[in-house]
Design a protein around this ligand. Structure first.
Ligand code: FE2
Length: 294
Protein backbone atom coordinates (compact mmCIF):
# COMPACT_ATOMS: atom_id res chain seq x y z
CA UNK A 1 0.00 0.00 0.00
CA UNK A 2 1.02 3.61 -0.36
CA UNK A 3 3.20 5.29 2.25
CA UNK A 4 1.87 8.84 2.44
CA UNK A 5 -0.34 9.72 5.41
CA UNK A 6 -1.64 12.68 7.33
CA UNK A 7 -1.48 11.15 10.78
CA UNK A 8 0.26 8.71 13.10
CA UNK A 9 -2.58 7.18 15.17
CA UNK A 10 -1.46 8.19 18.64
CA UNK A 11 -4.60 9.81 20.04
CA UNK A 12 -6.28 6.67 21.43
CA UNK A 13 -8.87 7.20 24.20
CA UNK A 14 -10.09 4.08 26.04
CA UNK A 15 -13.87 3.97 26.53
CA UNK A 16 -14.05 1.47 29.41
CA UNK A 17 -11.79 -0.55 31.69
CA UNK A 18 -11.31 -3.45 29.29
CA UNK A 19 -12.94 -2.83 25.90
CA UNK A 20 -13.37 -0.03 23.38
CA UNK A 21 -11.31 2.99 22.34
CA UNK A 22 -11.77 6.06 20.19
CA UNK A 23 -9.13 7.17 17.69
CA UNK A 24 -9.42 10.77 16.53
CA UNK A 25 -6.15 11.79 14.88
CA UNK A 26 -6.54 9.96 11.59
CA UNK A 27 -8.31 10.78 8.32
CA UNK A 28 -9.35 7.45 6.83
CA UNK A 29 -10.11 8.98 3.41
CA UNK A 30 -6.36 9.50 3.00
CA UNK A 31 -3.94 6.65 2.21
CA UNK A 32 -2.53 5.06 5.37
CA UNK A 33 1.15 4.39 6.01
CA UNK A 34 2.29 0.94 7.10
CA UNK A 35 2.93 2.39 10.56
CA UNK A 36 -0.63 3.73 10.77
CA UNK A 37 -2.09 0.39 9.69
CA UNK A 38 0.10 -1.41 12.27
CA UNK A 39 -0.99 1.03 15.01
CA UNK A 40 -4.68 0.53 14.14
CA UNK A 41 -4.22 -3.25 14.12
CA UNK A 42 -2.48 -3.02 17.52
CA UNK A 43 -5.32 -0.88 18.90
CA UNK A 44 -7.87 -3.41 17.62
CA UNK A 45 -6.05 -6.24 19.42
CA UNK A 46 -5.70 -4.17 22.62
CA UNK A 47 -9.23 -2.71 22.76
CA UNK A 48 -11.27 -5.28 20.73
CA UNK A 49 -13.49 -2.54 19.25
CA UNK A 50 -12.21 0.83 18.05
CA UNK A 51 -14.10 3.86 16.81
CA UNK A 52 -13.16 6.61 14.37
CA UNK A 53 -15.64 9.47 14.83
CA UNK A 54 -16.76 11.67 11.96
CA UNK A 55 -15.06 9.92 9.02
CA UNK A 56 -18.04 10.05 6.58
CA UNK A 57 -16.62 7.40 4.22
CA UNK A 58 -18.27 6.45 0.92
CA UNK A 59 -18.88 2.71 0.33
CA UNK A 60 -15.69 2.58 -1.80
CA UNK A 61 -13.63 4.34 0.89
CA UNK A 62 -15.16 2.01 3.49
CA UNK A 63 -14.07 -1.07 1.50
CA UNK A 64 -10.65 0.45 0.81
CA UNK A 65 -10.06 1.00 4.53
CA UNK A 66 -11.17 -2.57 5.37
CA UNK A 67 -8.81 -4.01 2.75
CA UNK A 68 -5.78 -2.81 4.75
CA UNK A 69 -6.64 -5.47 7.33
CA UNK A 70 -7.37 -8.52 5.20
CA UNK A 71 -9.51 -9.99 2.49
CA UNK A 72 -13.03 -8.58 2.30
CA UNK A 73 -15.87 -11.12 2.32
CA UNK A 74 -19.29 -11.07 0.73
CA UNK A 75 -21.75 -8.87 2.63
CA UNK A 76 -23.13 -11.97 4.36
CA UNK A 77 -23.28 -15.75 3.65
CA UNK A 78 -27.01 -15.47 2.88
CA UNK A 79 -28.10 -11.84 2.55
CA UNK A 80 -26.94 -9.91 -0.54
CA UNK A 81 -25.04 -6.61 -0.42
CA UNK A 82 -26.21 -3.13 -1.39
CA UNK A 83 -26.57 -2.49 -5.12
CA UNK A 84 -23.23 -2.84 -6.91
CA UNK A 85 -21.41 -3.13 -3.56
CA UNK A 86 -21.72 -6.87 -2.98
CA UNK A 87 -19.34 -6.61 0.01
CA UNK A 88 -21.45 -3.98 1.82
CA UNK A 89 -24.14 -5.29 4.17
CA UNK A 90 -26.77 -2.72 5.08
CA UNK A 91 -28.39 -2.89 8.53
CA UNK A 92 -31.72 -1.10 8.19
CA UNK A 93 -34.48 -2.46 10.40
CA UNK A 94 -37.15 -0.32 8.76
CA UNK A 95 -36.42 -2.27 5.55
CA UNK A 96 -36.36 -5.56 7.46
CA UNK A 97 -39.72 -4.68 9.06
CA UNK A 98 -41.18 -4.02 5.59
CA UNK A 99 -39.85 -7.38 4.38
CA UNK A 100 -41.36 -9.11 7.40
CA UNK A 101 -44.72 -7.48 6.82
CA UNK A 102 -44.63 -8.36 3.12
CA UNK A 103 -43.17 -11.82 3.29
CA UNK A 104 -43.44 -14.54 5.92
CA UNK A 105 -40.30 -16.08 4.40
CA UNK A 106 -38.12 -13.31 5.80
CA UNK A 107 -37.00 -15.46 8.73
CA UNK A 108 -36.59 -14.83 12.44
CA UNK A 109 -35.97 -11.10 12.49
CA UNK A 110 -37.52 -8.80 15.05
CA UNK A 111 -37.04 -5.40 16.64
CA UNK A 112 -34.98 -6.95 19.42
CA UNK A 113 -31.42 -8.01 18.74
CA UNK A 114 -29.78 -10.92 20.54
CA UNK A 115 -26.24 -10.84 21.81
CA UNK A 116 -24.25 -12.49 19.03
CA UNK A 117 -20.92 -12.84 17.34
CA UNK A 118 -21.31 -12.42 13.59
CA UNK A 119 -21.57 -15.46 11.33
CA UNK A 120 -20.31 -18.11 13.79
CA UNK A 121 -22.56 -20.58 11.92
CA UNK A 122 -19.89 -21.13 9.24
CA UNK A 123 -16.52 -22.90 9.54
CA UNK A 124 -14.57 -19.65 9.16
CA UNK A 125 -16.35 -16.80 10.95
CA UNK A 126 -15.09 -13.28 10.20
CA UNK A 127 -11.91 -11.76 11.66
CA UNK A 128 -13.87 -8.59 12.19
CA UNK A 129 -16.20 -6.06 10.68
CA UNK A 130 -16.23 -2.32 10.15
CA UNK A 131 -19.46 -0.35 10.59
CA UNK A 132 -20.19 2.95 8.90
CA UNK A 133 -22.98 5.01 10.51
CA UNK A 134 -25.11 6.39 7.66
CA UNK A 135 -28.38 7.46 9.36
CA UNK A 136 -28.56 7.66 13.16
CA UNK A 137 -31.68 8.39 15.24
CA UNK A 138 -31.72 11.54 17.37
CA UNK A 139 -31.72 9.24 20.40
CA UNK A 140 -31.21 5.50 20.77
CA UNK A 141 -29.70 2.89 18.46
CA UNK A 142 -26.48 2.50 20.45
CA UNK A 143 -24.46 -0.71 20.09
CA UNK A 144 -22.99 -2.81 22.90
CA UNK A 145 -19.86 -4.96 22.63
CA UNK A 146 -18.78 -7.53 25.20
CA UNK A 147 -15.14 -8.48 25.79
CA UNK A 148 -15.24 -12.28 25.75
CA UNK A 149 -11.57 -12.52 26.70
CA UNK A 150 -12.13 -10.57 29.92
CA UNK A 151 -15.23 -12.72 30.50
CA UNK A 152 -13.15 -15.90 30.16
CA UNK A 153 -10.48 -14.52 32.47
CA UNK A 154 -13.22 -13.64 34.98
CA UNK A 155 -14.20 -17.30 35.41
CA UNK A 156 -12.92 -19.30 38.38
CA UNK A 157 -10.21 -21.85 37.62
CA UNK A 158 -12.54 -24.88 38.15
CA UNK A 159 -15.04 -23.31 35.76
CA UNK A 160 -12.30 -22.60 33.20
CA UNK A 161 -11.25 -26.25 33.54
CA UNK A 162 -14.85 -27.29 32.83
CA UNK A 163 -15.30 -25.18 29.66
CA UNK A 164 -11.76 -25.38 28.27
CA UNK A 165 -12.14 -28.67 26.41
CA UNK A 166 -15.76 -28.32 25.30
CA UNK A 167 -17.07 -28.00 21.75
CA UNK A 168 -20.22 -26.11 20.74
CA UNK A 169 -22.58 -26.53 17.80
CA UNK A 170 -23.48 -23.30 15.93
CA UNK A 171 -26.51 -23.09 13.67
CA UNK A 172 -27.63 -20.15 11.52
CA UNK A 173 -30.76 -21.82 10.18
CA UNK A 174 -33.14 -20.42 12.84
CA UNK A 175 -32.26 -16.88 11.77
CA UNK A 176 -31.36 -17.24 8.10
CA UNK A 177 -32.73 -20.63 6.97
CA UNK A 178 -35.99 -19.26 5.59
CA UNK A 179 -34.22 -16.39 3.86
CA UNK A 180 -31.82 -18.89 2.28
CA UNK A 181 -34.73 -21.06 1.10
CA UNK A 182 -36.31 -17.96 -0.40
CA UNK A 183 -33.12 -16.76 -2.15
CA UNK A 184 -32.03 -20.24 -3.26
CA UNK A 185 -28.31 -20.18 -2.42
CA UNK A 186 -25.63 -18.41 -0.45
CA UNK A 187 -21.83 -18.11 -0.71
CA UNK A 188 -19.02 -17.79 1.82
CA UNK A 189 -15.26 -18.13 1.30
CA UNK A 190 -15.89 -19.16 -2.31
CA UNK A 191 -18.20 -22.01 -1.31
CA UNK A 192 -21.80 -22.01 -2.54
CA UNK A 193 -24.48 -23.72 -0.47
CA UNK A 194 -28.24 -24.19 -0.42
CA UNK A 195 -28.65 -25.08 3.25
CA UNK A 196 -27.01 -24.01 6.50
CA UNK A 197 -25.39 -27.09 8.00
CA UNK A 198 -24.50 -26.69 11.71
CA UNK A 199 -20.77 -26.33 12.45
CA UNK A 200 -18.64 -26.97 15.52
CA UNK A 201 -16.29 -24.53 17.26
CA UNK A 202 -14.39 -24.72 20.56
CA UNK A 203 -16.25 -23.12 23.48
CA UNK A 204 -12.96 -21.42 24.39
CA UNK A 205 -10.86 -20.32 21.43
CA UNK A 206 -7.29 -19.07 21.23
CA UNK A 207 -6.79 -15.72 19.51
CA UNK A 208 -4.56 -16.38 16.47
CA UNK A 209 -2.66 -13.08 16.91
CA UNK A 210 -2.46 -12.54 20.69
CA UNK A 211 -2.55 -16.16 21.88
CA UNK A 212 -5.08 -15.17 24.56
CA UNK A 213 -8.11 -17.34 25.29
CA UNK A 214 -11.71 -16.22 25.10
CA UNK A 215 -15.24 -17.60 25.32
CA UNK A 216 -16.67 -18.28 21.87
CA UNK A 217 -20.36 -19.05 22.33
CA UNK A 218 -23.22 -16.63 21.67
CA UNK A 219 -27.01 -16.56 22.07
CA UNK A 220 -27.48 -15.72 18.38
CA UNK A 221 -26.05 -18.88 16.87
CA UNK A 222 -24.77 -21.38 19.45
CA UNK A 223 -27.29 -24.22 19.64
CA UNK A 224 -25.75 -26.62 22.16
CA UNK A 225 -22.61 -27.97 23.73
CA UNK A 226 -21.54 -31.36 22.47
CA UNK A 227 -21.60 -34.32 24.84
CA UNK A 228 -23.75 -32.64 27.50
CA UNK A 229 -27.41 -33.43 28.11
CA UNK A 230 -29.69 -30.72 26.75
CA UNK A 231 -30.46 -29.66 30.35
CA UNK A 232 -26.74 -29.34 31.14
CA UNK A 233 -26.02 -27.57 27.87
CA UNK A 234 -28.86 -25.07 28.32
CA UNK A 235 -27.87 -24.32 31.92
CA UNK A 236 -24.19 -23.89 31.08
CA UNK A 237 -24.86 -21.65 28.07
CA UNK A 238 -27.37 -19.58 30.07
CA UNK A 239 -24.74 -19.01 32.74
CA UNK A 240 -22.01 -18.13 30.23
CA UNK A 241 -24.28 -15.67 28.36
CA UNK A 242 -25.26 -13.87 31.57
CA UNK A 243 -21.61 -13.77 32.61
CA UNK A 244 -20.44 -12.42 29.23
CA UNK A 245 -23.06 -9.64 29.37
CA UNK A 246 -21.83 -8.44 32.79
CA UNK A 247 -21.52 -4.61 32.53
CA UNK A 248 -17.84 -4.76 33.57
CA UNK A 249 -17.08 -6.54 30.27
CA UNK A 250 -19.25 -4.31 28.08
CA UNK A 251 -18.80 -1.00 26.26
CA UNK A 252 -21.75 0.98 24.87
CA UNK A 253 -21.26 3.24 21.86
CA UNK A 254 -23.44 6.21 20.98
CA UNK A 255 -23.24 6.70 17.22
CA UNK A 256 -23.15 9.90 15.24
CA UNK A 257 -23.52 10.00 11.49
CA UNK A 258 -20.19 9.37 9.77
CA UNK A 259 -18.63 7.40 12.66
CA UNK A 260 -16.75 4.19 11.91
CA UNK A 261 -16.55 1.24 14.34
CA UNK A 262 -14.16 -1.69 13.81
CA UNK A 263 -14.47 -4.79 16.00
CA UNK A 264 -12.51 -7.99 16.41
CA UNK A 265 -15.21 -10.62 15.85
CA UNK A 266 -12.94 -13.35 17.25
CA UNK A 267 -13.05 -12.03 20.79
CA UNK A 268 -16.29 -10.03 21.18
CA UNK A 269 -20.03 -10.33 20.90
CA UNK A 270 -22.35 -7.41 20.25
CA UNK A 271 -25.93 -6.22 20.57
CA UNK A 272 -27.65 -3.41 18.61
CA UNK A 273 -30.14 -1.78 20.96
CA UNK A 274 -33.62 -1.56 19.41
CA UNK A 275 -34.87 1.42 21.43
CA UNK A 276 -35.56 3.93 18.64
CA UNK A 277 -39.10 2.93 17.64
CA UNK A 278 -39.85 3.76 14.03
CA UNK A 279 -36.98 6.26 13.71
CA UNK A 280 -34.63 5.53 10.81
CA UNK A 281 -31.26 3.93 11.49
CA UNK A 282 -28.95 2.75 8.71
CA UNK A 283 -25.50 1.32 9.30
CA UNK A 284 -23.37 -0.29 6.60
CA UNK A 285 -20.94 -3.09 7.34
CA UNK A 286 -17.87 -4.43 5.56
CA UNK A 287 -16.42 -7.71 6.82
CA UNK A 288 -12.90 -9.16 6.85
CA UNK A 289 -12.29 -12.85 6.31
CA UNK A 290 -11.29 -14.89 9.36
CA UNK A 291 -9.64 -18.23 10.18
CA UNK A 292 -11.01 -21.45 11.52
CA UNK A 293 -11.26 -21.06 15.33
CA UNK A 294 -8.97 -23.34 17.42
FE1 FE2 B 1 -24.00 -8.46 14.21
Amino acid sequence: MTTSTTSTVQDITPLSGTIGAEIRDVDLRQPLSEDSVAAIRRALLDYKVIFFPGQHLSPDEHKHFAAYFGEITNAHPVIPGVGEHKEVFELDYSRIRELLAADEQAGEYGDRDKWHTDVTFVKTPPLGSILNAIVIPAAGGDTLWSDTQAAYEGLSQPFKDLVDGLTAVHDGSRTFGKVLDYLGEGEWDGERFTELVPVEHPVVRTHPETGRRNLFVNPGFTRSIKGLTSKESDALLRHLYAHMATPEYVVRYRWNQGDLGFWDNRTTMHYAIGDYGTAHRVIQRVTIRGDRPF
